[in-house]
Write a protein that binds this ligand. Structure first.
Ligand SMILES: Nc1ncnc2c1ncn2[C@@H]1O[C@H](COP(=O)(O)OP(=O)(O)OP(=O)(O)O)[C@@H](O)[C@H]1O
Length: 460
């Protein structure tokens, strides 16, 4: 008998089109509208592969998935319209080999099924196929799918995680997702930014203090460790932690016990540590600024968040999400991006990463006049001054001029700079010298003199 693909979905339409396209691909298919009938069928048959929706009336697909996992039935591919990191992580935890975000492209669905069948003999590598959502952590690029996969894998464990990535790449969101996906989710998630707190206060901030421990300590205060009891403590910018405190933290992590500042009572804590840094921690270790043993203790699992410029594929999804969310938050009429505007945005550099994109969308939601955002709305809306383009060109020019043995290149460059700025300002101010001088932040006389020099040069 040909081995069958089983499709479990309460939506008859989805079952129908999926079954059709799989049959067209030469596969045998059997359809189920609910979990109960799958259970009955399992009494005398086994599928080659099972595709199941996660949310169905009555029993859901995830409990079926767990059950199949225990009985060694698989592989299973999960389908869901709730394509957030939480659903993806839960699916992988329960043993799914792949994930299809609804609505899915049918060719893509066939490819995913064929790939799962091909690798069914070998232990399947878990891949998030397409995760797009209106939940917190968004992304559909390959590097972000890898991040989701890691979150799904390690969230349930108590392993310490180190999240690295440039500023604004979403490190705190990942820390929260790790917490939300863990058994600790009912307990507190406590965040502490090590760089934002003066070093002399950091110890009592972390471990708390007793009344009278230092001047001004009137009452006993619980530190972040105690506040996070049973939950997750997120230590942001860990690379900036002073060395003395690193030693103390290491001892606490090794022994699981600590004293409040000025206290005698030994406190035993049960806290999962998730740390983050935008710095190269190994370089800090090499420079003697960070303890190697502490790094190893924190860096049990590492999640590296890619810079936004290295996952430009995520920009349209994020931009649309931020624009809609901002309009909703601010109770403004909804706006959307024109294709051309979105294309321009996706080409930007974003040194401030997702945070910078979020800020840009916030401004567009408020400022752009029409309901459709056009390329012209982006004029003058730099996330951060780039400067990169022309200074790069200047550097190349200088390198060439020097290589060619030219002299007095500084004077020539200054002259070119002055003239370029002057002409741009005059043009912007319709030739009005006083306004142009003001716009540039130079005196009118300076402007006239500089214009004079250029004329004198040209006529000589
Ligand atoms: N993948 C993402 N999906 C949706 N929002 C995101 C994503 N990544 C970042 N953001 C948003 O961008 C902003 C910055 O994210 P977050 O604070 O997590 O970055 P960070 O890496 O911790 O930054 P820093 O190093 O400066 O503390 C937040 O408002 C966050 O909600």
């Amino acid at each position: 008998m040909t081995e069958e693909i089983w499709i479990v979905d309460d939506d008859r339409g989805v079952r129908f089109v999926l079954a059709e396209v799989l049959r067209d691909a030469g596969l045998a298919v059997r359809e189920f509208g609910e979990v109960g009938s799958v259970r009955t069928a399992l009494l005398d048959a086994r599928p080659a592969l099972l595709l199941t929706d996660v949310r169905m009336p009555g029993e859901d697909g995830l409990s079926l998935l767990r059950e199949l996992q225990e009985r060694g039935v698989g592989p299973v591919i999960v389908m869901s319209a709730f394509t957030d990191v939480a659903t993806a992580a839960a699916a992988y935890r329960a043993g799914a080999v792949d994930y299809l975000a609804k609505p899915f492209d049918l060719d893509h669905a066939v490819a995913v099924v064929q790939r799962a069948l091909a690798s069914a003999a070998a232990p399947a590598e878990l891949i998030v196929e397409a995760v797009a959502s209106n939940h917190a952590l968004l992304g559909e690029s390959a590097p972000m799918r890898e991040v989701f996969r890691l979150i799904g894998r390690v969230a349930a464990s108590d392993l310490n995680v180190l999240i690295t990535g440039e500023t604004g790449t979403g490190k705190e969101l990942v820390a929260r997702a790790l917490h939300e996906e863990s058994a600790r989710r009912q307990k507190p998630f406590v965040a502490l930014n090590t760089a934002a707190i003066p070093s002399e206060l950091l110890e009592s901030e972390l471990f708390g203090h007793e009344a009278g421990a230092f001047t001004g300590a009137l009452r006993r205060v619980a530190g972040r460790f105690e506040q996070a009891e049973g939950g997750t403590l997120f230590l942001d910018e860990i690379g900036d932690m002073p060395l003395a405190l690193q030693t103390r933290l290491l001892r606490v992590l090794a022994g699981g016990e600590f004293y409040r500042v000025g206290g005698r009572e030994l406190i035993r804590g049960n806290v999962r540590i998730v740390a983050a840094t935008h710095q190269d921690l190994s370089a800090r270790v090499a420079a003697g600024l960070f303890r190697a043993d502490l790094m190893h203790r924190l860096d049990v699992v590492r999640i590296e968040l890619p810079a936004l410029r290295n996952r430009r594929g995520d920009i349209p999804l994020l931009a649309r999400h931020f624009l809609t969310a901002m309009a909703q938050d601010l109770k403004l009429p909804p706006k959307r991006f024109s294709k051309a505007a979105l294309k321009l945005i996706a080409q930007r550099e974003f040194p401030g990463n997702v945070r910078e994109l979020e800020n840009l969308c916030r401004r567009l939601a408020v400022i752009a006049p029409g309901s459709e955002i056009l390329p012209t709305d982006l004029d003058g809306m730099r996330g951060a001054p780039s400067g990169g383009d022309w200074t790069d060109a200047l550097r190349d020019w200088a390198a060439e001029a020097l290589a060619a043995g030219e002299v007095e290149i500084h004077a020539r460059a200054r002259e070119a700079l002055d003239q370029t700025l002057l002409q741009a300002a005059l043009q912007a101010c319709d030739g009005h010298r006083q306004n142009a001088a003001q716009a540039l932040g130079v005196g009118r006389n300076t402007l006239t003199r500089k214009l004079g020099t250029s004329r004198a040069r040209k006529s000589s």
